[in-house]
Write a protein that binds this ligand. Structure first.
Ligand code: SAH
Length: 348
């Protein structure tokens, strides 16, 4: 097993058979070695820095019906909200004062926010805060829409592929197309965005063979960012009674992704922090180098409930900022408030 981990560390690639072997047969000692190598790799690329992004969850209206997600259209119990452009700008203003230089605008797929409205919001933020990066995370759009947002000033786009297993994807996303999701990711790259893909861990029926597909897909796409986190059931969804993903599996995946894509920006996600009190710290120690504290107004925080038990839903932006900074430092890392763009060192 050490041989396979060393190969991944040195060559940043493995065959499908080797990846499966790694996932099937890791013992505790191998796991520690994998994490050690992932940590070494991040120290060689971005050092001990952890980049901060201010997350603004601006709408929980959604036309999709992803079976795992608490804000799916069919969930009539979800208490829906939309922020106005002024409220979004207010959240940015607060974030800017706290030092954030990246704003992530995330939401359900909400047709109220037409391309025109998104363009206006992006332009308004860029106008006021020209030294910030804007990340959009608003789902599947056409090439032309993505292009318009990019030309308006959006720098980055997060669109998890969710799972690279076509069968599992189709089971979880009624009425959606796996090919279209993949098309979106390649379009975003072609347009020039820094692109984030990613997947959930511990979905019902997900196997190690499926994770191999995720890893192979990531290697093929070569995204700038990869967002992964455990699936956590939400009681008012069809998967409400299923088991969620584990901390251990998520940490192993983070470490493998750090080795597979040494330069990637890799968040320790809120979902990871929600299943373990120091989940994000453990993620950071296994190669993660981004955190995304919440900047949404506290009045709507609880309503952006993708899963049950989400942390930080009662904290003011300033509290989140301080809390996460303390955690990062305590774990032995340093906070970086810059835009935190993807760096290409050429062949690594
Ligand atoms: N509508 C946007 C943003 C989705 S929300 C889009 O389609 O990209 C951001 C991410 O939350 C999703 O990509 C999904 O991976 C994750 N998510 C949704 N429900 C979840 C759950 N129950 N447990 C864990 N993660 C979840």
């Amino acid at each position: 097993m050490k041989f396979i981990i060393d190969k991944l560390y040195l060559e940043h690639n493995l065959s499908e058979e080797e990846l499966l072997e790694l996932l099937n047969n890791l013992n505790d000692e191998d796991k520690n070695y994998l994490i050690e190598k992932a940590h070494e790799t991040r120290m060689n690329t971005y050092g001990d820095k952890v980049f901060m992004r201010g997350l603004i969850e601006f709408t929980n209206y959604c036309k999709r019906n992803c079976k795992y997600c608490g804000i799916r259209a069919a969930n009539k119990l979800a208490d829906r909200y939309r922020l106005t452009q002024d409220e979004i700008l207010e959240a940015c203003s607060e974030g800017y004062k706290l030092g954030y230089r990246t704003f992530v605008l995330q939401g359900g797929e909400d047709d109220y926010f037409t391309d025109e409205k998104i363009v206006q919001i992006v332009k308004a933020i860029k106008n006021r805060y020209s030294d910030t990066a804007i990340t959009l995370s608003i789902g599947e759009k056409s090439y032309d829409s993505y292009k318009r947002f990019y030309e308006a000033g959006a720098d980055r786009y997060l669109l998890r592929h969710e799972t690279a297993s076509r069968e599992l994807y189709e089971k979880l996303h009624p009425g959606m197309s796996f090919d279209n999701r993949i098309r979106c990711l390649f379009d975003l790259k072609a347009i020039g965005y820094q692109v984030g893909a990613g997947f959930m861990i511990g979905l019902p029926g997900q196997t190690n063979e499926d994770y191999v597909k995720d890893l192979v897909f990531l290697k093929r796409l070569e995204p700038h960012m990869v967002g992964i986190g455990p699936f956590i059931p939400h009681k008012d969804t069809p998967l409400g009674k299923e088991k969620g993903g584990t901390l251990e599996k998520t940490i192993i995946m983070l470490a493998i992704i750090r080795l597979l894509l040494p330069k990637v920006l890799l968040p320790a996600t809120t979902a990871l922090g929600s299943i373990d009190p120091i989940g994000r710290e453990k993620g950071i120690k296994a190669g993660a180098n981004v955190v995304m504290p919440n900047l949404s107004p506290t009045s709507v925080r609880k309503k952006y409930a993708l899963y049950d038990g989400k942390i930080c839903t009662g904290d003011e932006a300033a509290e989140c900022r301080m809390c996460i900074e303390g955690r990062i430092k305590k774990a032995g890392f340093s906070v970086d408030m810059s835009r935190g763009d993807y760096k290409d060192w050429g062949k690594f």
